[in-house]
Ligand binder design. Structure first.
Ligand code: HEM
Length: 391
């Protein structure tokens, strides 16, 4: 390959894949690139390859020599290798076994009425406001935060504190800010665990504490990981979903006319929301051949789920946002052994939001043009910085 391409790729439109990424996808499914901090990596953009590699145990999050590993950014949590190379698979299996019972389909279904009530309360409040307003602080942020707080038993009043730490921990540009955020978050988790040991509640952190063999630090780490994973991604998906629907009026109207389309629309939102040019980082734990390229053990591989979700061989005319599209095989929640534990909960939240929002605010529209929307550049989860709407 003649030149090495540098991330991030320049985007011409916030809701469309970068032109360079589209060209790359025409050339093939795997590409040599440099990350935003200049390190060499492979970017996998083909749907079939991303899907297969997400569930390939020859790739992992750990690295045998973490200090020399290529990085995607400065975040202490997402920028480089994570976990212990020798024990990663056993550690991961243990984490999933401990968490999965708390996210069973039955438990998640039981949460739906509460999610609906929380969403209705936020929209009641929005009804009383003078438009225009920012839909992020009004709805996209508080709903996932309230839901995860109730589920985990984290006090909702602490949200400004823990959100500042999770945002800092995810900062891809400033390692010391990220490390401080992570350590504050962990300290907060330890305090919570100490309180739950004294006065257990009916919540996931209390139940983890009560599980045989789970130490205080392990309960704190898992609790804080869930607090992070359980809200930041969902906030982004609600914001991007509202933007996609409001920017494509005919699609909003289709849902207004036929609310039965909403579960499918949520899958299309999840597919369309990320346009690629990054992805889930893994390290090769062995040499492997992918579509004619040889990845060597130790190299960084970015599994670009956003690009995969825009692979025209799988999703024809991928730049078109269409709520009636059959898109549930998107890779936004990953695939296989690490498939998102909270996917069912995220789906309930998204379905609830769009069912209620469209019904109660049928005339809602964007208060500024899509091209002027501001996005979070330095945060790993990305997403909108603001979503001004009127009605
Ligand atoms: C729209 C919202 C969400 C998106 C897009 C999302 C996306 C993802 C993805 C892509 C993975 C796989 C990462 C990998 O392969 O390394 C993942 C894993 C995970 N997610 Fe989610 N997630 C969302 C919501 C949630 C929620 C609400 C929770 C919890 C309440 C959650 C908890 C987790 C956990 C614990 C894992 C780790 C699974 C493992 O490593 O085996 N997520 N998520």
């Amino acid at each position: 390959m003649a030149t090495t391409l540098q991330l991030p790729f320049e985007q011409a439109h916030p809701l469309q894949a970068a032109p360079l990424l589209r060209q790359l996808q025409v050339q093939g499914p795997i590409h040599r690139i440099r990350t935003a901090v200049g390190h060499q990596a492979w970017l996998v953009t083909g749907y079939e390859q991303v899907r297969r590699l997400l569930d390939d145990d020859r790739l992992g999050r750990s690295h045998p020599d973490p200090g020399s590993a290529a990085r995607t950014g400065e975040s202490a949590l997402f920028g480089g290798p994570l976990g212990n190379y020798e024990t990663e698979q056993a550690d991961h299996a243990r984490m999933r076994a401990l968490l999965q019972p708390h996210f069973s389909p039955r438990r998640m279904r039981a949460l739906r009425p509460r999610v609906e009530a929380l969403c209705a309360g936020l929209l009641d409040h929005l009804t009383g406001q003078e438009p225009p307003t920012d839909l992020l602080p009004a709805l996209a942020l508080p709903l996932p935060i309230a839901v995860i707080c109730e589920l985990l038993g984290v006090p909702y009043e602490d949200r400004a504190k823990f959100r500042a730490w999770t945002q800092a921990a995810a900062d891809m540009g400033d390692r010391s800010r990220s490390e401080r955020g992570l350590s504050e978050l962990f300290g907060y988790g330890q305090q919570l665990v100490a309180r739950k040991r004294l006065r257990p509640g009916d919540d996931v952190i209390s139940r983890l504490c009560a599980t045989e063999g789970v130490s205080d630090d392990e309960a704190a780490t898992m609790g804080m990981f869930l607090l992070f994973a359980g809200h930041e991604t969902t906030v982004v998906a609600i914001g991007m979903g509202a933007l996609l629907l409001l920017a494509n009026r005919a699609q909003w109207q289709a849902l207004q006319a036929e609310p039965g389309l909403i579960p499918g629309a949520v899958e299309e939102i999840l597919r369309a929301q990320g346009t690629g040019g990054g992805g889930i980082p893994r390290y090769a734990h062995a040499d492997l051949d992918i579509a004619g390229a040889t990845i060597h053990a130790g190299e960084l591989v970015l599994l670009d789920t956003g690009a995969a979700n825009h692979d025209p061989a799988i999703f024809p005319d991928p730049g078109r946002f269409e709520v009636a599209r059959q898109a549930a095989h998107h890779l936004t929640f990953g695939q296989g052994a690490r498939y998102c534990i909270g996917a069912a909960l995220a789906r309930i939240e998204l379905q609830t939001v769009f069912t209620q929002l469209i019904k109660r605010f049928p005339a809602m529209r964007l208060a500024v043009p899509v091209a002027e929307m501001q996005f979070n550049a330095d945060v790993v989860t990305g997403g909108l910085a603001q979503l001004p709407v009127t009605w």
